[in-house]
Ligand binder design. Structure first.
Ligand code: PMV
Length: 330
């Protein structure tokens, strides 16, 4: 099945498009990572994943129907040429909602994710665009359907439909209709995330190609679904009992296991830079000295620190440039 068929089944008859207000979706950081697709057209994962959304950090998007043949895409106040990768990805995603109509849109999208933080904005970007299109076309879709649709833009976007802790149920159906995220009904006041920037340049291998390469060429990858499923259980337990040691250690081991499969791919996929390893070694040394900090990393060189608010002063003393986010407030 292709994604147009899937969307066709899910979408009610769209109404005439209307201009919308801004819709916000948060960025998210996975504590149990999504790595590997069982269907790359439909963005269906091989393993379930679990993330925490980054509160006010994310993307705001509004859409407005316009006359003419082509979309008009604005990013952070700047108009983009239609042949940029960003504009093409956005328009390609909107095509799913256009079905038989040829309605063009002006899309204004703004990220408040600090540019220095090294965070991907595609998850919040596709989630915010999905929310705006739902409003503009008066689709009235439920959150689970919105999550499923956002997934077609970028897998991790299905988690950015929700605040707080979120699990992406991988689903089992071939058409992907049961692969979407759900919020986890637990808060964690005082949980802090610190963004350590190592390099904000564009990564050499994007997640899509990186996943494909790992699945195709890495024998270690066979053990990844087992690792992810075990970690998912541990994270649920950690969230339920507010056990920070279990949360942090599970997230760090999960990220390192994912990177192990990347490194053992061919050609090798090493997203780390010397400063990434230096930061890891500093974290391990501080932990040995009794400071409870852990890290996670995505398909890039930057680290995200996990710690508790009570340790903020000490953490900041060691990482003065740290950008801190409190997903559930302080
Ligand atoms: O959603 P994508 O295709 O950008 O992939 C995200 C992959 C990771 O960030 C490495 C892990 C995750 O679960 O977010």
């Amino acid at each position: 099945m292709d994604k147009f068929e899937l969307v066709n089944r899910v979408l009610p008859q769209p109404q005439a498009a209307e201009a919308t207000d801004e819709h916000f979706a948060p960025s998210n950081i996975a504590l149990c990572k999504y790595w590997g697709k069982r269907d790359s057209e439909l963005n269906l994962p091989i393993n379930p994943s679990l993330s925490v959304s980054l509160a006010h950090l994310g993307t705001r998007t509004r859409v407005e129907p316009i006359e003419g043949p082509a979309d008009d895409v604005w990013l952070n106040g700047l108009q983009l040429r239609a042949d940029t990768l960003f504009a093409k990805r956005l328009s390609g995603f909107i095509d799913l909602f256009r079905q038989t109509s040829h309605q063009a849109f002006r899309i204004e999208t703004r990220n408040n994710i600090p540019t220095a933080a090294g965070l991907a904005s595609s998850a919040s970007g596709f989630a915010a665009l999905t929310l705006a299109l739902n409003d503009s076309l008066k689709l009235g879709l439920e959150s689970s359907a919105l999550s499923m649709l956002a997934r077609l833009g970028s897998g991790s976007a299905c988690r950015s439909i929700y605040e707080g802790f979120v699990e992406w149920h991988m689903g089992h159906r071939d058409d992907g209709a049961d692969s979407h995220a759900h919020p986890i009904d637990r808060r964690w006041e005082g949980l802090a995330i610190g963004l350590i920037k190592v390099d904000e340049g564009v990564k050499s291998v994007d997640s899509r190609s990186g996943m494909a390469r790992t699945v195709e060429s890495c024998h270690l990858y066979q053990s990844w679904p087992l690792q992810a499923n075990t970690d998912l259980m541990k994270l649920h337990q950690a969230i339920e009992s507010q056990d920070f040691t279990l949360l942090g250690s599970t997230a760090e081991q999960n990220a390192l296991s994912m990177h192990a499969t990347m490194i053992a791919s061919w050609p090798p996929l090493v997203y780390w830079q010397p400063d990434s390893l230096a930061a890891m070694q500093k974290i391990w040394a501080l932990r040995q000295q009794g400071l409870e900090i852990y890290f996670t990393m995505d398909a890039g060189p930057n680290l995200k620190l996990l710690f508790q608010q009570q340790d903020s002063t000490e953490v900041l003393a060691h990482f003065p440039d740290l950008e801190i986010v409190m997903p559930f407030g302080s």
